[in-house]
Design a protein around this ligand. Structure first.
Ligand code: TYD
Length: 213
């Protein structure tokens, strides 16, 4: 049976990741794989309810972190683990790195407490931690992201934050990459949409070859 694969996509709001996830899904489908597309916070009926709360209600930083991890736990148990057990490819629009970047970096919440919650929520029966095997990080200057977002849509709680919040979120992603460099692939998201798409395709194809995925 083919091995399940878990890939996450990360970046500050406005970095343009969502448009490229569909192309990655196509790449895997062409290779004969079954793809499960999901997102965080969300991915199950309960997690989507938690998403509504956490993206629109003001709340204490620990409450926010707990809700992110509660939604994640539900998503892992109900969707991600069963899909990986079937041998599917799980492509997730954001995962735990977003919690470290937004709640840890952006909101300044305690990094070590997040690491504790991560260990609790993502522990596997053998004691290892469930993590994406590859994380595609769309890295972008927050000023450029803000310009892109301005015309795009009605902002949610996080998207309406000032530029220095996103500078801190970006630093949070960079810190996470420094902690776990092996699974991170940084993409320069300031490039044109076509160039970003080409980079993403290259990164994923090379990774598939390297890991014989
Ligand atoms: P996003 O994934 O950008 O969805 P959309 O494209 O529909 O706006 O929105 C999710 C928001 O939630 C984004 O601002 C980042 C934030 N977020 C956190 O703060 N912590 C988390 O752990 C996750 C997964 C997301």
């Amino acid at each position: 049976m083919t091995r399940g694969l878990f890939i996450s996509f990360e970046g500050i709001d406005g970095a343009g990741k969502s448009t490229h996830i569909a192309s990655v899904a196509e790449l895997f489908r062409q290779a004969g794989r079954t793809v499960v597309l999901s997102r965080e916070p969300g991915g199950t009926p309960l997690s989507e309810k938690l998403r509504e709360l956490v993206l629109h209600e003001p709340m204490d930083a620990l409450t926010e972190a707990l809700l992110m991890f509660a939604a994640r736990r539900e998503h892992l148990v109900k969707v991600i683990e069963p899909a990986l057990a079937r041998g599917d490819v799980v492509l997730c629009d954001r995962f735990t790195d977003a919690t470290f970047a937004y709640q840890g970096g952006g909101r300044g919440f305690d990094w070590q407490v997040l690491a504790q919650l991560e260990r609790m929520v993502q522990a596997l029966p053998d004691g290892a931690l469930r993590q994406p095997e590859l994380t595609v990080w769309f890295d972008l200057d927050p000023q450029i992201a803000a310009q892109r977002l301005a015309s795009a849509r009605v902002p949610d709680k996080f998207e309406s934050q000032p530029a220095d919040f996103f500078a801190a979120v970006r630093a949070g992603y960079a810190k996470r990459q420094a902690e776990m460099p092996a699974r991170f692939a940084r993409i320069d998201a300031a490039q044109s949409m076509e160039a970003v798409g080409a980079d993403v395709g290259r990164v994923v194809s090379e990774w598939m070859k390297r890991t014989a995925a």
